[in-house]
Design a protein. Structure first.
Length: 191
């Protein structure tokens, strides 16, 4: 799924070229079985509505997007995240939706477990108390599966996807010649 040693190499390379900031976010990533089910849905919908499906290794649910931060703040983020205690939870992904304003098709749960919101709220509080600034709009958990499409789908899925979540990640979003790559900078297990 995510290659940890690769993330460390990118961070070192970023230091060598004296990059002042990197783009980061906290997220949960599905296991291979859930990824395959999400890809099946995205391939079917892409064939009907067009657009560009998300790469399998990029499928995720954002917990909190921080945006550009100083590379020197990574260790602080790791230390803050280490203090957060959150429980494992399960998601039943059962809704396919479309956001017209940004032309994406997404999958989400009809009902979300309290543990997901507890994790995101704890993260927001800890980061705010440490002086980090982020967009604090209402959290709308979802997994983007197709970008740049025009459709009007909002439907229940015939066969919901069960996703058991037991860890979360700090991710760097790194632009490359082949699009964006996600580089894991750290992860934490849920209890």
């Amino acid at each position: 799924m995510l290659n940890w040693s690769y993330g460390k190499e990118i961070l070192i390379k970023s230091n060598k070229i004296e990059r002042k900031s990197i783009r980061v976010f906290f997220a949960i990533f599905p296991n291979k079985q859930v990824q395959k089910q999400l890809i099946q849905h995205s391939e079917m919908l892409e064939s009907i509505y067009g657009g560009h499906k998300i790469k399998m290794q990029h499928l995720h649910m954002t917990l909190l997007f921080l945006g550009n931060i100083s590379i020197h703040q990574i260790q602080t983020l790791r230390e803050i995240a280490q203090t957060i205690s959150a429980k494992k939870f399960a998601l039943k992904l059962d809704i396919i939706g479309y956001w017209k304003h940004n032309h994406i098709v997404y999958i989400r749960a009809k009902e979300f477990p309290a543990a997901l919101f507890s994790l995101t709220d704890s993260l927001k509080i800890a980061l705010s108390e440490s002086g980090f600034v982020f967009d604090n709009r209402a959290y709308k958990p979802h997994i983007t599966i197709i970008r740049k499409t025009i459709c009007h789908i909002n439907a229940n899925m015939i066969k919901p996807i069960q996703w058991y979540v037991n860890q979360w990640f700090l991710i760097q979003s790194q632009p490359t010649h082949n699009g964006v790559e996600y580089i894991p900078l750290n992860h934490w297990h849920l209890k």
